[in-house]
Design a protein around this ligand. Structure first.
Ligand SMILES: CC/C=C\CC/C=C/CC(=O)SCCNC(=O)CCNC(=O)[C@H](O)C(C)(C)COP(=O)(O)OP(=O)(O)OC[C@H]1O[C@@H](n2cnc3c(N)ncnc32)[C@H](O)[C@@H]1OP(=O)(O)O
Length: 302
């Protein structure tokens, strides 16, 4: 099985960085995230970046409709956007949000984990690992403005940020609900949750596959602030001011001090974790459970 799948190679083959943004933003100048004028949005088909270099941050909008499921292409585009912002000294922070109404992210794309071959599973899992590592350890301040329901891998992405603002809508539950699908959150999903909400809350949440509505998410510390839906972005921006006022090197080193041991656990066992995932997801019983879950999602419409 080819485990040495390079995300950078994948990146190069998938898309040219900074393709023109399709859809409403294409080719026109939009007001920048922080209100500055004349700054051009950039991005890729599934990720729209609204930069405000004068204010030192960019808003990264996920737009992989209908539910921002984290397909291989989408993961790759998120990584490219992050890399681009990280390598530009004008940017110190990102606000991560969704462009899909009512949905932050439905988590990992079930179609990537169903009915595919082991090489694909390995490639996909490596990209999932990469996304977590890069967001979790980013030297930028990353704040998520969670404006919709946020399950499993999507929740992991938000938990990897430095601060979370959630829109106050009872439908916008978030959590690591893997057990409801008959699958298991890997140790680094678990560690990220434990680091955020503590061991006891994580233990209960993971076993029961709990999705927390806003008031409960706030109460257990899964999010830092709950605000009216129309204020999610402005609240994230206001919060950012406090983070950007701290000397950058001191904040970055402190972030690394807090997070590196957790990331190192995966870095040390990365290939074994991929092999474990491939073995697990390839099992007939797991494939069947995923198909049943997908079928249920489709049936709820009829
Ligand atoms: C050893 C380690 C082993 C394994 C670890 C694997 C870890 C996995 C972590 C994950 O992230 S697994 C994914 C978990 N996600 C979910 O459980 C969320 C599932 N989705 C939903 O609950 C709902 O779709 C929603 C609440 C997010 C949105 O509801 P609604 O607005 O009513 O949309 P629909 O349900 O009608 O969905 C529209 C469309 O999208 C498809 N879809 C939904 N979620 C996914 C997904 N995660 N991956 C792929 N596709 C998804 C859904 O089937 C619909 O498709 P149609 O073809 O019927 O339009």
């Amino acid at each position: 099985m080819a485990l040495a799948v390079g995300i950078r190679g994948l990146t190069r083959s998938l898309l040219r960085p900074w393709v023109r943004v399709p859809g409403p933003a294409r080719g026109r100048t939009e007001p920048a995230a922080g209100g500055g004028d004349g700054v051009r949005c950039f991005g890729s088909p599934r990720v729209l970046v609204e930069p405000d270099p004068a204010a030192g941050f960019a808003v990264m909008k996920m737009r992989n409709p209908p539910v921002n499921s984290l397909s291989l292409e989408f993961l790759t585009e998120l990584l490219i956007s992050l890399e681009k912002l990280e390598s530009d000294k004008a940017f110190h922070a990102i606000i991560l949000t969704s462009d899909c109404p009512g949905i932050f992210s439905a988590g990992l794309d079930l179609m990537e984990m169903c009915g595919r071959d082991p090489t694909h599973y390995a490639e996909y899992w490596k990209a999932v690992q990469e996304l977590w590592l890069r967001f979790y350890l980013s030297h930028l301040v990353v704040i998520s403005a969670i404006n919709g329901v946020n399950a499993a891998g999507g929740c992991l992405l938000a938990l990897s940020c430095d601060y979370r603002v959630l829109a106050d809508n009872p439908k916008y539950a978030m959590g690591l609900n893997e057990t409801l699908l008959g699958i298991i959150a890997p140790f680094w999903f678990k560690d990220t949750l434990v680091n955020t909400v503590g061991h006891r809350t994580a233990e209960r949440a993971l076993q029961l596959g709990l999705l927390f509505p806003p008031a409960e998410a706030l109460q257990v510390g899964m999010v830092d602030k709950v605000v009216p839906e129309d204020q999610v972005l402005s609240a994230a921006r206001s919060e950012l001011a406090q983070w950007l006022a701290i000397p950058g090197h001191a904040r970055q080193l402190t972030k690394s001090l807090m997070r590196k041991p957790t990331a190192d656990r995966l870095l040390k066992e990365r290939d074994a974790d991929i092999q474990n995932f491939v073995r697990f997801i390839s099992r007939d019983a797991i494939q069947k459970a995923l198909r049943v879950y997908l079928e249920k999602l489709k049936q709820k419409k009829t």
